[in-house]
Design a protein around this ligand. Structure first.
Ligand SMILES: Cc1cc2nc3c(=O)[nH]c(=O)nc-3n(C[C@H](O)[C@H](O)[C@H](O)COP(=O)(O)OP(=O)(O)OC[C@H]3O[C@@H](n4cnc5c(N)ncnc54)[C@H](O)[C@@H]3O)c2cc1C
Length: 467
């Protein structure tokens, strides 16, 4: 019976394993840690629910809701409180609500008249067609202006990538923005005229996609998938070498002495820096060591509980994004208990803040007490916090999110080349197909389809990933 090895029990690996197993293909998921879920980490304690990794899952593709239904987790799905739609951006050192409707942009005090005029002017600017790859900063300044970069995009980039807009590639990190310019000549025109085409493709823009979680946090999803996979998951098993043979692949690890297993195909669903270290022994040499250059800056997540009366701000929304120019240490904060019920005991609220990233990498690894003080001080100024937290927990991600910086295409080309040279090896997940949780789920679904077709035909299907 043909079987598939899946390296990594994050959401990508578990999704792929779940769908392969449902199609009658035996799988083994190898995970170096003693738990499933990768960066997803939910903690229930003292009546609080802390989410250290991702907080919400965006339904950008019909495949997301389908996975939840297929995994039998529909009854545990939690949609956010519709009253918690407000998003804040910090300006003049205080959170200002972002306009909910496009016309609100012209009356908000978040932006000056100059930035508003830049938006009106954008549809009349010629598109850039020379194929040069730009950073998101260069792209935004060229199409809008510096203020738009400093007070909007910089904060957004910190919220998604914990990244540096001067380094992130618009082509690789924000491909849909670049496509608006390429296809419509302008981002504003693309937003206005592209809506019908996006609907036809079943594609939902990230800013409009419904978001959700589960009654006990996002960990419910990997745990639910793992339950269905049962003893197909091998925890505490680091895979260090894979060898291509006439029959398929031998995966070898250092968990148990002389550990080896034979499979017909291998999906690598781990991280880029571990993939760079994986020894790949195949007749046609494959070199993925340059992937070690991909930056994954450190991030610390700090979850605080406060008594409701100890926080002046209503915290009535999703959260606040903070641009670098405002001079705060935290990258932003999510108003976790406004979004979903049961995140805090009655009369209390939960706030999740992020520290580090490319902006201040050195702060992420501060000892917990220093980290708590730094976050408390920013929350005091921004949200009017006036007492010590009643709950505090932090998680440190030494290598959190891959930076799709200018030049990332080189790494993607190496990954495609590896799949061509070593048939039966598949690469999937956040380091290749987009950094969000929803991108990772779609990547897991797509790689399962590609492996199914490989098992039938023996050919590696390199079709572009469909969302
Ligand atoms: C702090 C933080 C906040 C985030 N917030 C959001 C958010 O709000 N919304 C959102 O959409 N996304 C968010 N993301 C991004 C999203 O969570 C991730 O992109 C996604 O979960 C990645 O899933 P994955 O399975 O591809 O990788 P991972 O979760 O990294 O899983 C990979 C797994 O592979 C294992 N592994 C690696 N190499 C080997 C090996 N050689 N042998 C065995 N096992 C191996 C690792 O131990 C790990 O468990 C956030 C990420 C972080 C870090």
């Amino acid at each position: 019976m043909k079987s598939v090895a899946i390296i990594g029990a994050g959401i990508t690996g578990l999704t792929a394993a779940f769908y392969l197993k449902r199609n009658g293909i035996p799988v083994t998921v190898y995970e170096v840690r003693d738990r499933v879920g990768g960066v997803i980490q939910s903690l229930r304690k003292d009546g609080y629910l802390a989410e250290f990794g991702p907080n919400t899952l965006l339904e950008t593709s019909p495949k997301i809701a389908q996975l939840v239904r297929d995994a039998g987790l529909q009854s545990r799905r939690l949609d956010p409180d519709p009253k918690a739609e407000a998003r804040y951006v910090v300006r003049y050192r205080k959170p200002i609500e972002m306009p909910a409707k496009p016309l609100g942009f012209f009356t908000t005090n978040l932006f000056s008249l100059g930035a508003k005029l830049a938006v009106i002017r954008e549809p009349f600017l010629a598109p850039r067609r020379d194929g040069a790859e730009e950073s998101i900063a260069q792209f935004v300044v060229r199409r809008f202006n510096q203020e738009f970069l400093d007070h909007a995009i910089d904060a957004l980039v910190a919220g998604i990538y914990a990244g540096d807009p001067q380094k992130l590639s618009v082509t690789h990190a924000f491909p849909k923005l670049k496509a608006l310019e390429d296809n419509y000549g302008s981002m504003i025109k693309g937003q206005l005229f592209g809506a019908r085409e996006r609907k036809k493709r079943g594609e939902i823009a990230k800013d409009r996609a419904p978001k959700f979680s589960f009654d006990e946090g996002l960990q419910v999803l990997p745990d639910g998938l793992a339950e269905q996979l049962g003893d197909s998951i091998s925890l505490n098993t680091a895979i260090s070498k894979i060898t291509q043979t006439n029959e398929g692949w031998i995966v070898a690890g250092n968990a148990r002495e002389n550990f080896e297993a034979e499979h017909n195909a291998v999906i690598y669903a781990g991280t880029a820096f571990k993939l760079a270290q994986l020894v790949i022994d195949s007749p046609k040499p494959v070199n993925l060591t340059p992937l070690s250059e991909i930056r994954y800056p450190p991030v610390a997540s700090v979850v605080f509980g406060f008594r409701r009366e100890d926080v002046a701000h209503a915290c009535d929304g999703f959260g606040m994004l903070i641009p670098r120019v405002e001079g705060f240490k935290i990258l932003g904060a999510i108003f976790s208990s406004s979004l979903f019920p049961n995140r805090a005991p009655a009369g209390h609220i939960t706030l999740t803040s992020y520290v580090g990233g490319e902006r201040y990498p050195e702060l992420a690894s501060l000892p917990p007490e220093k980290l708590y003080d730094l976050v408390c001080e920013d929350l005091r100024v921004l949200l009017g916090v006036k007492a010590k937290p009643t709950f505090q927990h932090a998680a440190f991600y030494p290598r959190a999110i891959p930076q799709y910086n200018v030049g990332y295409g080189r790494y993607r080309a190496l990954m495609t080349e590896a799949e061509i040279k070593a048939p039966g090896l598949f690469l999937a997940g956040h380091y290749r197909d987009g950094v969000s949780l929803s991108d990772s789920i779609v990547s897991g679904c797509n790689v399962a389809d590609r492996v199914k077709s490989f098992m039938r035909t023996g050919a590696t299907n390199l079709e572009p990933i469909s969302k």
